[in-house]
Design a binder for this molecule. Structure first.
Ligand code: NAD
Length: 248
């Protein structure tokens, strides 16, 4: 029960890593809200939570739209009275080779994966500063690490690299009251990676020294660590959870 009475908001909580993180935080005593553009998916997560005996609050919203961010953040704080933990997890990926990649692909990806992180952090930090405490965890990616960008998703890789830079800058600007860290997952079995061809998945498994893709729980455990009191003296850091993929 590391998170008893803590209020945690997870963006992109409708499925995958975000949904798993929300359910694990609930199991450890947190008051949890998720935000997502997909209302139907959030309903499913909420039903799972209910079946396990927990109440989960859902907020429909797009992290890349400032007015929506301010409105769901206000609704969250009105519901729980505070915000202790923000997990900036919402993300998109558009697979298209270099010569087919468009400026629109870039704009969409940066709007959600980078500007979305900034907008949610800014809205949450206003409340956290008043409380004089808070933890922000930004979800980057192995693809955001210097030498690990991938063909076809250069915009995604750039956005996730920028999230690392943003994390370090925010850690300085929001100190000493707010810890800002990043978790960079390796290839994880979610609906984001499901459509990839088998040979790509095989190469992802081969590329990791631990010879498998991550389960969402592997990533959620690292997020919970960064959100917990065990990480109270850690800020501006990137925790790679990639089965050793980046060692190559
Ligand atoms: P996913 O696609 O399964 O889930 C992402 C969720 O974000 C979805 O529910 C989606 O509806 C929501 N979302 C998308 N755009 C949104 C927006 N504008 N506003 C609010 N919600 C929005 O993805 P996942 O695999 O669970 O990944 C979660 C995070 O981890 C992402 O940031 C992703 O880039 C990152 N990541 C994933 C992997 C992987 O292999 N799956 C690897 C590295 C990093």
């Amino acid at each position: 029960m590391r998170f008893k009475d803590k209020a945690a908001l997870i963006t992109g909580g409708g499925r995958g890593i975000g949904a798993t993180t929300a359910l694990m935080l609930l199991a450890e005593g947190a008051n949890v809200g998720i935000v997502d553009v997909n209302e139907a998916n959030m309903k499913k997560v909420s039903e799972t939570a209910q079946a396990r005996g927990y109440g989960l609050k859902t907020f429909v919203g797009d992290v890349s739209k400032k007015e929506q961010v301010e409105s769901f953040m206000e609704a969250f704080v009105q519901t729980f009275g505070r915000i202790d933990i923000l997990v900036n997890n919402a993300g998109i990926v558009i697979n298209r080779p270099f010569f087919e990649k468009t400026a629109e692909d870039w704009m969409k990806t940066l709007q959600v994966n980078l500007i979305g992180v900034f907008l949610c952090a800014q809205a949450a930090a206003r409340y956290m500063l008043r409380q004089k405490s808070g933890k922000i965890i930004n979800i980057s990616s192995i693809r955001g690490i210097e030498h690990c960008g991938r063909e076809g998703v250069m915009d995604y890789s750039a956005s996730k690299g920028a999230v690392i830079n943003l994390t370090k800058t925010m850690a300085k600007e929001l100190a000493p009251y707010i810890n800002v860290n990043a978790v960079a997952p390796g290839h994880t079995l979610t609906e984001m990676t499901e459509p990839l061809p088998q040979e790509v998945k095989r190469s992802m498994i081969e590329g990791a020294y631990l010879k498998r893709m991550a389960q969402p729980e592997d990533i959620a455990k690292a997020i919970l660590f960064m959100a917990s009191d065990d990480a109270n003296f850690i800020t501006g850091q990137v925790l790679l959870v990639d089965g050793g993929f980046s060692l190559k």
